[in-house]
Design a protein around this ligand. Structure first.
Ligand SMILES: Cc1cc2nc3c(=O)[nH]c(=O)nc-3n(C[C@H](O)[C@H](O)[C@H](O)COP(=O)(O)OP(=O)(O)OC[C@H]3O[C@@H](n4cnc5c(N)ncnc54)[C@H](O)[C@@H]3O)c2cc1C
Length: 417
């Protein structure tokens, strides 16, 4: 494809969350300035917005009422962006498009319809009504600055010139697109399940526990055998409270997804399975149980506190026979083991379940208020293509909308000068 014409043009590479927000905002900005800008979204896939449909288990947790910049990687950059475009403006943006939202008890925002397709629909309708062109099946392979404009090359050998560009192609794909000179942190999938050592997980597949999960760096004595003290030498990296789902390969659940942003092979995940009690209190409770229910097996002794398979796994971790009575001398050990059920992390679990990628363009090369490159005026990078990620809860999509909108405002502002 080749575009010739007097109208200034904006090429948006990627029709996912950030790209569609950029397209809609660019059309609104151009209208507000009574200017004509040719806006085209170039999407590699056969249709735009597929990534939005997959979010929030099909419900799209599109933002978070807290939207606290400190939750993000490169928090200073994100904070500056959120000052330039406060979170309330993103909510107004969607409200103006006709989307009605509801907030759950933890500040997570969803469409009232509970369907991600509603979010995509309002974006697509607004884009179409704003005159945005969609070019699907257009996989960009290079963006080259040429005399103050940009030559965009596509995998099918097509080319197009644009006066401004917004790169919104998500994590991973972007590095090869832009000219040399930009820092780029290696991309790896995060916000997903963790693969751990398997032996302690025997009998736990598909069991859920609510617990406090702490991630410790690789212990000083790597390969330590004493599981109760496995994390003794490692520094605390992150801690989350919530549901953990045991799988035969490791652990999953929102708390684990959030910890996966910081996890590396060799770290130790320590689960406090009775987080409502301190260790001494738990030890006293177990001693009292041993007095009252002394004839019971060890696993039955803790019934009402731990699910039986979980109790078996904890008892196994300290070498106690679950079907025999617990010796009084082991109650303190059991309390410690239940407060720190330790699993050595082997890496990220199934990457297909990961929600974001960590890494991307170094934010230092971009202005946080505009997402514009400091090296090439008119070139913007947004969304996951930048080295920004955040925990679950609507934060990642909120970043995609915000960065896309900021880039669009700046790009159109430049083109209308
Ligand atoms: C299963 C799942 C569930 C999620 N749930 C949530 C949630 O509920 N809440 C939340 O906040 N976040 C969620 N996320 C994260 C969120 O979807 C992303 O952070 C967000 O979509 C990133 O927006 P983006 O526009 O940067 O990238 P994307 O939305 O991934 O869009 C990138 C687009 O660019 C296209 N593209 C790629 N390369 C090229 C190329 N070379 N040329 C042209 N087009 C290209 C892609 O096909 C895609 O359409 C979830 C992610 C996943 C995977």
């Amino acid at each position: 494809m080749r575009y010739h014409g007097p109208m200034k043009t904006l090429a948006i590479i990627g029709g996912g969350a950030a790209g569609l927000a950029a397209a809609v905002e660019a059309s609104r900005e151009a209208r507000a300035r009574s200017s004509e800008v040719g806006i085209t979204v170039y999407e590699a896939d056969g249709r735009v917005g597929k990534s939005i449909l997959a979010t929030g288990n099909g419900r799209c947790n599109l933002s978070n009422a807290k939207s606290d910049a400190s939750a993000y990687r490169n928090a200073g950059f994100v904070g500056d962006a959120y000052r330039a475009l406060p979170p309330a403006e993103v909510r107004s943006f969607f409200g103006d498009l006709g989307l009605v939202m509801r907030e759950d008890g933890e500040g997570r925002l969803y469409p009232l319809t509970n369907k991600a397709s509603s979010v995509l629909d309002v974006l697509r309708f607004a884009a179409r009504e704003g005159g945005v062109q969609e070019a699907c099946g257009a996989e960009a392979v290079a963006v080259t600055p040429v005399d103050g404009r940009f030559l965009v090359c596509f995998a099918d050998d097509g080319t197009v010139f644009a006066d401004a560009v917004v790169i919104a192609c998500g994590g991973g794909a972007a590095q090869s697109l832009v000219p040399p000179g930009y820092g780029f942190a290696d991309v790896r999938p995060v916000l997903g399940p963790l693969k751990t050592e398997r032996a302690p997980l025997k009998g736990l597949n598909n069991i859920r526990v609510r617990c406090e999960a702490s991630l410790y760096g690789r212990p000083a004595e790597a390969g330590a055998r004493d599981r109760r003290r496995l994390h003794a030498g490692g520094a605390l990296k992150a801690r989350e409270t919530g549901e953990v789902l045991f799988r035969d390969y490791g652990v999953s659940g929102i708390a684990v997804f959030d910890l996966s942003r910081f996890a590396e092979a060799g770290d130790v995940l320590s689960l406090d399975l009775v987080s409502g009690m301190g260790e001494a209190e738990l030890a006293a409770d177990l001693a009292s149980r041993a007095e009252r229910f002394g004839a019971r097996s060890a696993v039955d002794l803790v019934s009402g506190m731990l699910l039986a398979p979980v109790a078996r796994a904890v008892l196994a971790s300290i070498g106690v026979q679950p079907d025999a009575p617990l010796s009084r001398g082991r109650t303190a050990d059991l309390a410690r083991a239940a407060k720190s059920f330790a699993l050595e992390v082997a890496g990220i679990g199934d990457v297909r379940q990961c929600q974001v990628s960590r890494g991307g363009f170094d934010v230092a090369s971009f202005a946080p208020e505009t997402m514009e490159s400091r090296l090439h005026a008119g070139l913007h990078v947004v969304g996951e293509a930048l080295d920004v990620d955040a925990p679950c809860g609507g934060y990642n999509l909120h970043w995609a909308w915000t960065s896309g909108m900021l880039a669009a405002r700046n790009a159109v502002g430049r083109l209308c000068r």
